[in-house]
Design a protein around this ligand. Structure first.
Ligand SMILES: Cc1cc2nc3c(=O)[nH]c(=O)nc-3n(C[C@H](O)[C@H](O)[C@H](O)COP(=O)(O)O)c2cc1C
Length: 285
């Protein structure tokens, strides 16, 4: 199932994006909301027919009546047994267990191997999806063997032909090994103090070399790194990763990546990648 991250998307843009997806497929699609922010487009997603919603970084206590009124199913990202129990008490249809190997913002504080068994136990039969560091079919087979009902892959899909990521970002993902990623709070513009895993790059190296100073005292702070024609400029330490439409210095922006970049060696189409994931997973089971 494809996922539309709609946390930072206006209702108007969300409606347009969902219509674009609907024109391409009638397969189910999920909308995701990071609950550290107001889920401004949740109503729009539901009105537009999305019936699977996932939440991370919080519990959707206020949103459950709305979800129920649309007959939607929902999943909650859980990184502790207590978090899993609270999500189940709210009626979560499935849980997403994230480990610290994950790319992007990392809610987890422990590795997937450490966390998955305890979330599966707490779930008591409710499906658990494993996320973080899963980038190929063999690793999907491994998390299924550990008791997960599925896997969620983020970084692997950034390096696909259809991805809107900048070519330089995609190429760095192909070249990178797991040890080229770092869990940091460096790129905090837009979401302060939330840990994230990124590829090591010039901005991160310079900030670490300066002793990881706080906002206001960081090297190159306020530099405009890229801009998009007709839209805003993107500054060093912003939390937006580089898109194909940005011009400037994308290498220095935040390049979200999980340790799963280890298994990325090409930039296939999504369809080619999906077939490969299924075949390799089946072969490894
Ligand atoms: C570029 C990128 C953007 C992401 N955006 C979101 C998001 O908006 N909401 C969310 O819950 N997780 C987000 N994640 C985290 C993923 O849901 C997932 O936990 C992670 O990608 C799994 O690890 P992997 O990248 O090694 O596959 C993002 C990850 C990446 C790489």
């Amino acid at each position: 199932m494809g996922a539309l991250p709609l946390t930072w998307t206006s209702p108007e843009d969300a409606r347009r994006l969902i219509a674009e997806v609907r024109a391409l497929t009638d397969r189910p699609v999920q909308a995701n909301f990071v609950l550290a922010f107001e889920p401004q487009s949740l109503v729009t997603a539901l009105e537009s027919g999305v019936r699977v919603i996932t939440f991370s970084w919080g519990l959707p206590a206020n949103e459950v009546p709305l979800l129920k009124s649309f007959g939607a199913r929902f999943g909650v990202q859980a990184t502790t047994a207590e978090g899993a129990r609270r999500a189940l008490d709210l009626g979560a249809d499935f849980l997403i267990c994230q480990g610290t190997e994950a790319g992007g913002h990392v809610q987890a504080t422990r590795s997937l191997d450490d966390t998955l068994p305890c979330i599966i136990e707490a779930a008591q039969g409710t499906p658990v999806i494993a996320a973080g560091g899963v980038g190929d079919g063999k690793t999907i087979a491994r998390v299924l063997a550990l008791g997960a009902s599925g896997a969620m892959l983020g970084t692997r899909f950034v390096a696909t032909q259809e991805s809107l990521a900048h070519e330089i970002y995609k190429r760095r993902l192909v070249e990178a090994r797991a040890q080229d990623t770092a869990l940091t709070v460096c790129f905090n513009g837009g979401w302060p103090q939330a840990a994230h895993r990124v590829l090591r790059n010039s901005t991160l190296e310079a900030w670490e070399a300066a002793g990881c100073p706080p906002s206001g005292r960081r090297p190159g702070e306020g530099d405009c790194l890229t801009s998009e024609p007709g839209r805003r400029e993107f500054l060093r330490y912003d939390d937006t990763p580089p898109r194909a439409t940005m011009q400037g210095n994308p290498e220095a922006m935040c390049l979200y990546a999980g340790t799963s970049c280890e298994s990325i060696s090409d930039i296939p189409s999504v369809s080619e990648l999906m077939q490969r994931l299924v075949l390799d997973c089946e072969a490894a089971r």
